[in-house]
Ligand binder design. Structure first.
Ligand SMILES: Cc1cc2nc3c(=O)[nH]c(=O)nc-3n(C[C@H](O)[C@H](O)[C@H](O)COP(=O)(O)O)c2cc1C
Length: 439
């Protein structure tokens, strides 16, 4: 038997018309209504997944790229994931749900109150994926701040959430009807805060529950992002190449960032985000990889459109036969997304744009660690190897939150991982944090 690991799902395009114009759109779910996601959440729970993270962005992006982002629904519309969460809690019993929340957009008192409420409503299954995107500041009449300043603000924000959640100490709630005493208001912590980004007075008027604080998830991978994780996070979402050494290195970096206070609250779980393409036989995997070796113009155009949306920059207007001029990207464009387009190859800034896009379209095999196409057995081998040889805590699989997508990915994988002892057989009691700390 192998080391058990934790599994979650990253609902990667957020609460929007995911799968639009793909064949499975014809299943006739209505993306604005909850049933599609409820069905999917039930499947994830049945699979033994502990955690669903819902991507979000608050904005359609800059006015000049609105058409680019909405033409094929790559970058929007998006509805508010927080509003979807209670519908998902209502049809599940064990699944933890952590919508994305932007620390620059929701005032900390309001965020603390919403999170405390949902933590109680869900019996300890709520969490927040804390992000620091600053491009949406104009929608709130706020100043756009830089990368590290956004993390400083998120740091202050998350400290405040914690302080507000703890404005009710254990001995404040008396709930003794015989003495007519509900709470000792004189023992409430006032939480008076004057900081660089926020000024507020507590205490919070929502009470803590026996489930403890909501779970904090963080996705940023820069040194500042990892410092944030080491201070606040229960779960760090990790991205790394597909080899044991890279997983070990990433884990070591995160663990080195963990501070005293965080350590006292329990170990951080580092979960690698991955989007495998699982097929039914090695021959099919080989066929897919071979078929992707020489992308057609149509495939390259589609890749360019998708990246244009993420980068808020029209790559289809660039000369495909020249190297990409990085000066075309405005300052607000995510450095991580630009790095993602360039990839790891040292010649990325010299090859023509056409080749850069072709590299995104070409696929590789899980078997030889050149890519993400393989059978469920081959992917399970990778999962097992990372657990046994790199102490990996687990994986977050990524994709649409759609029953078709889930079944494609999980139908064969779940029984294999269960047989190997890597995936939990079921849930005991407890909330999300209990599940994450169970092994
Ligand atoms: C796996 C993963 C998921 C992310 N999810 C979101 C998201 O839902 N919304 C968002 O605004 N940013 C998201 N981000 C972006 C991060 O919050 C962060 O802004 C970005 O990674 C840049 O920070 P860094 O320089 O510390 O990596 C995500 C990043 C990663 C790696």
């Amino acid at each position: 038997m192998s080391r058990p690991q934790h599994f979650g799902w990253f609902f990667s395009r957020g609460f929007g018309p995911q799968g639009w114009a793909r064949p499975y759109w014809e299943w006739n779910w209505t993306w604005t209504e909850p049933r599609l996601y409820q069905q999917s959440a039930r499947e994830l729970e049945q699979a033994g997944f502990e955690l669903l993270i819902i991507e979000d962005a608050l904005s359609l992006g800059n006015p000049e790229t609105l058409d680019l982002r909405t033409r094929k629904a790559y970058g929007g519309p998006k509805h508010d994931p927080l509003m979807l969460v209670p519908y998902l809690f209502d049809v599940t019993e064990h699944l933890g749900i952590t919508p994305t929340v932007n620390a620059g957009a929701t005032p900390p008192y309001l965020a603390a109150r919403q999170a405390a409420t949902l933590q109680g409503l869900s019996r300890g299954r709520f969490g927040l994926n804390v992000v620091t995107d600053t491009g949406s500041a104009r929608h709130f009449g706020a100043q756009q701040v830089g990368h590290d300043a956004a993390y400083d603000r998120a740091d202050e924000w998350t400290h405040l959430l914690h302080d507000l959640w703890h404005s009710w100490d254990d001995d404040v709630l008396v709930e003794d009807a015989s003495s007519g005493h509900y709470a000792r208001g004189d023992r409430l912590r006032p939480v008076q805060h004057v900081g660089e980004h926020f000024t507020l007075s507590g205490p919070l008027n929502a009470v803590p529950t026996r489930w403890g604080d909501p779970t904090i998830v963080s996705p940023g991978g820069s040194p500042r992002g990892l410092a944030f994780a080491g201070t606040h996070s229960d779960v760090q979402l990790a991205l790394a190449p597909l080899d044991v050494e890279s997983v070990r290195e990433y884990r070591a970096k995160v663990l080195a960032s963990v501070g005293e206070d965080r350590r006292a609250a329990g170990p951080i779980r580092i979960l690698f985000v991955i989007k495998p393409e699982l097929v039914s036989s090695p021959q099919e995997a080989d066929r897919l990889v071979a078929a992707s070796a020489n992308p057609t113009d149509e495939q390259l155009r589609e890749a360019a459109e998708a990246w244009s949306s993420d980068l808020e920059t029209d790559l289809t207007a660039q000369d495909p036969d020249r190297p990409l001029d990085l000066a075309i990207f405005a300052e607000h464009v995510s450095a991580g997304t630009i790095r993602g387009l360039l990839g790891k190859a040292p010649d990325a800034r010299e090859v023509p744009l056409r080749e850069l896009l072709a590299r995104k379209v070409r696929k590789g095999r899980i078997l030889d660690r050149t890519g993400l196409v393989g059978t469920a057995e081959e992917f399970a081998d990778l999962v097992e190897q990372f657990g046994d040889e790199a102490d990996n805590d687990g994986f977050i699989l990524s994709g649409d939150l759609h029953p078709v997508t889930l079944h494609r990915m999980l139908d064969e994988l779940v029984p294999i991982l269960r047989r190997r002892g890597v995936l939990r057989q079921g849930f005991g009691g407890g909330g999300l944090r209990d599940h994450l700390l169970e092994f």
